[in-house]
Design a protein around this ligand. Structure first.
Ligand code: ATP
Ligand code: LTN
Length: 337
């Protein structure tokens, strides 16, 4: 099935950076929930390798991670027939529209982006122009597809708001061209915190490998990481203030098992971490097992994977090239013969 602009369904677009291996946070907070949207919406998901090179990447690793993320989108439940799944660098319209949007995005706006400020601090020796104009490329990703909704975490909301401002500015100058997108925070979905510093979110770029669970982690690693997870001196299993570590583990267990926080507290009433931590690990191991096995299968079957991202890029390109032609005409470029 091809997604087309005439359907009454709203369009969803989101991107994942192949800047590392996907974590339990990416899975529970994002991709697992995206799979629930595939019947109700027209969904397009992109592995944003062009965004990833705004910080230094090892080429061989970037290639492998890009394929891994693509495989994981599928193994987490995104059906390649129902969703368009593609790799950003395969659809050149993204770079082309990004350039045009750069010329409608103000230096001051980009300077205010908190991700730019954070990443500049973290990569002080490589504050490149791509890191600065990252949000224009993201705006291009979103606006090329007339996306209505953009599922993102709270950290990306500012970028979606910038995409809205740029869309409105362009529409104001040239007439209705872009759909003005809304950030979309799905109702379901958990914020998963770091296992070593539960005040911070679990993140694939964290230098401490014990802070995150990877979707591809082996069961013994998952068990070891949960056993080492930081909790507090209170040995009882219940949620509360200043109990970030336990709150996080209870939240993970509840999300994976479908139980409420109260049910989890009741289940472990009178029990300690020696019982609770392995139970959380076990639940996560069983949740991730089929995803890991399917990913491993897909990575062994590179031909199938290639068919998916090739057809994804073709379908994406049909939509994107139409929009780019419209934009090129509006800004005054001569029609390509
Ligand atoms: P990085 O470490 O490179 O900043 P990340 O692991 O934080 O990456 P992103 O690639 O920025 O993840 O995010 C992909 C999607 O996963 C986003 O929608 C984001 O909100 C979601 N996500 C990432 N980490 C978590 C988390 N710990 N809990 C819930 N959702 C998360
Ligand atoms: N910046 C996002 C990834 C991303 C994205 C997008 C998300 C790139 N392009 C378009 C939504 C829509 C991130 O780091 N999570």
């Amino acid at each position: 099935m091809d997604l087309n602009q005439n359907t009454s369904k709203k369009r969803i677009f989101s991107g994942v950076q192949p800047s590392g291996k996907l974590t339990l946070g990416n899975y529970l907070g994002a991709i697992k929930n995206w799979a629930l949207l595939q019947d109700e919406y027209d969904c397009i998901y992109c592995v944003v390798d062009m965004h990833a090179i705004t910080v230094r990447q090892e080429p061989a690793k970037l290639r492998q991670q890009t394929l891994e993320v693509m495989a994981q989108l599928i193994s987490c439940g995104l059906d390649p027939e129902k969703n368009i799944l593609f790799i950003q660098s395969h659809v050149s319209e993204h770079a082309e529209l990004a350039w045009i949007l750069d010329c409608f995005t103000m230096f001051g706006e980009l300077s205010r982006m908190t991700q730019f400020k954070d990443k500049s601090l973290k990569n002080a020796d490589n504050i490149n122009a791509g890191l600065f104009t990252y949000p224009s490329l993201m705006a291009a990703d979103i606006l090329l597809y007339s996306s209505d909704l953009v599922p993102v975490g709270i950290d990306q909301k500012q970028h979606v708001e910038l995409a809205r401002d740029v869309a409105n500015r362009f529409n104001g100058i040239f007439g209705e061209t872009f759909i003005v997108p809304e950030p979309y925070i799905p109702k379901l979905g958990a914020k998963v915190m770091s296992l070593s510093d539960p005040a911070r979110k679990m993140s694939k770029s964290d230098p401490n490998a014990n802070s995150y669970i990877l979707i591809l982690d082996q069961p013994e690693d998952i068990l070891r990481k949960f056993k080492r997870a930081v909790t507090d001196s209170d040995t009882r299993i219940f949620t509360g203030e200043n109990k970030d570590g336990v709150n996080n583990l209870i939240n993970i267990y509840a999300t994976v098992t479908g139980k409420t926080t109260n049910e989890v507290e009741a289940e472990f009433d009178g029990k300690g971490y020696a019982q609770f931590k392995p139970a959380v690990a076990e639940a996560v191991i069983e949740e991730l097992r089929p995803v890991r096995e399917k990913t491993e299968d897909l990575l062994r079957n590179k031909d199938y994977l290639e068919t998916v991202y090739k057809s994804g890029a073709e379908r994406a390109s049909r939509i994107a090239s139409h929009m780019l032609r419209k934009v090129a005409k509006k800004v005054g470029f001569v029609k390509k013969p």
